[in-house]
Design a protein around this ligand. Sequence first.
Ligand SMILES: NC(=O)c1ccc[n+]([C@@H]2O[C@H](COP(=O)([O-])OP(=O)(O)OC[C@H]3O[C@@H](n4cnc5c(N)ncnc54)[C@H](O)[C@@H]3O)[C@@H](O)[C@H]2O)c1
Length: 445
Amino acid sequence: MKLSVIGTGYVGLVTGACFAHMGNSVICVDIDEKKIENLKKGIIPIYEPGLEEIVKNNFKIKTLKFTTDIKEALKNSDITFIAVGTPQGEDGSADLQYVLAVAKDIGKYMDHPLIVVDKSTVPVGTADKVRETIKEELEKRVKSGELKEIIDFDVVSNPEFLKEGDAVSDFLKPDRVVIGADNPKSMEILKELYAPFTRNHERFIGMDVRSAELTKYAANTMLATKISFMNEMAKIAEAVGADINKVRVGIGSDSRIGYSFIYPGIGYGGSCFPKDVKALEKIALDAGVEPKIVKAVEEVNKEQRVYFLNKILNRFKDIKGKRFAIWGLSFKPETDDMREAPSITIINELIKRGAKIRAYDPQAMEMAKNFWLKDLDVEYFDNKYDTLNNSDAMILVTEWKEFRSPDFFEMKKRLKSPIIFDGRNQYNKDKLKELGFEYYQVGVK
Ligand SMILES: NC(=O)c1ccc[n+]([C@@H]2O[C@H](COP(=O)([O-])OP(=O)(O)OC[C@H]3O[C@@H](n4cnc5c(N)ncnc54)[C@H](O)[C@@H]3O)[C@@H](O)[C@H]2O)c1
């Protein structure tokens, strides 16, 4: 099929590349000229395992193209995906300005029938807004005489469930493909488009547009709820002298609960959970429903960073002039994304109190230097051990695999004092005690 994807970020680029990989002809569009120029040269703007190879291969055989010209892209596609950002607006709701700007462009430039697919995470009712915006533009063109009549189009919802860090494999082998379409013909076309991804068994879930829009928020908020629940349990465990790591295994063994998303830690971050939980709260309030659980999920998450920071502050009392080695900057492993990363809060708070920061991350240091921590005096190192030299403690913020089993003897040798604050409960406290470390983790006294 002939497709275009508008917005070439984490979701748009993966979507475009994976559809091309399955033999479709795809044009990816972005307003960021530098990004498009780089992509044409084979420079991938984000780190995502497996992405570079399929982008380069498909670009070479011309099944994947890049442009800043949306008009050209629409001319050469029958289905167009909207995959631009929907950041948190001032009142907590999703900011739809980018989605609606694209809808406007679609109405302005489409020249043949089109299925428009909302892939961005958008509040319930957005497909209606997109439809109205496109129609308004088409009506203007009819009025001006440019068009004889309104060109046929449909708007469907196709929320994306990929995880950064596993985005390519999630897209190629999805747990489910949710399509919200009120028109059976569009539903059939989308089903056909996704069929190669679900050959092993049927994973296509069709529903009405509004239910599909809400499904995405419900899924993310359910996952965030599991995290906040465990973080609250961690505080309780610590206060009553229990070990949250053992409690986790104890409850995860119940198949109704399961092991995923019940790790205690510094709390969730990233470009999705914080804004989507907040947006769901707004959706509920606007609909006259008091979202008590949703509000608590966010509150617990915010407090979790303070709770972890307090462990450091309580240990040192005065941290002015103290040096801390930070392991991990990205909001989670296997990505360079630092949006809403806990590392940003922890580093800012420590520096504000006069501490010195030495940081290492396998992928996110460029993002940190150039954007997220650009105004802060942070020293970066190419190697995790070098951050430790003469540091007063190591703080593990992101659970990258290379931090799981470090050389503790080397660490002890380099650290000024053998102290570890582990925000992801990666190590065995008895072993570290034996090795002479002072070890702090989440949910354990
Ligand atoms: N990142 C994730 O893990 C993830 C997962 C599922 C769903 N989502 C949702 O997908 C959407 C996109 O998220 P993302 O992380 O890919 O965002 P992103 O910020 O990485 O990418 C958005 C891209 O859209 C481009 N853009 C903005 N306005 C444009 C326009 N008018 N025309 C063309 N391009 C334009 C930007 O330049 C940018 O490159 C959001 O709604 C998000 O909530 C994200």
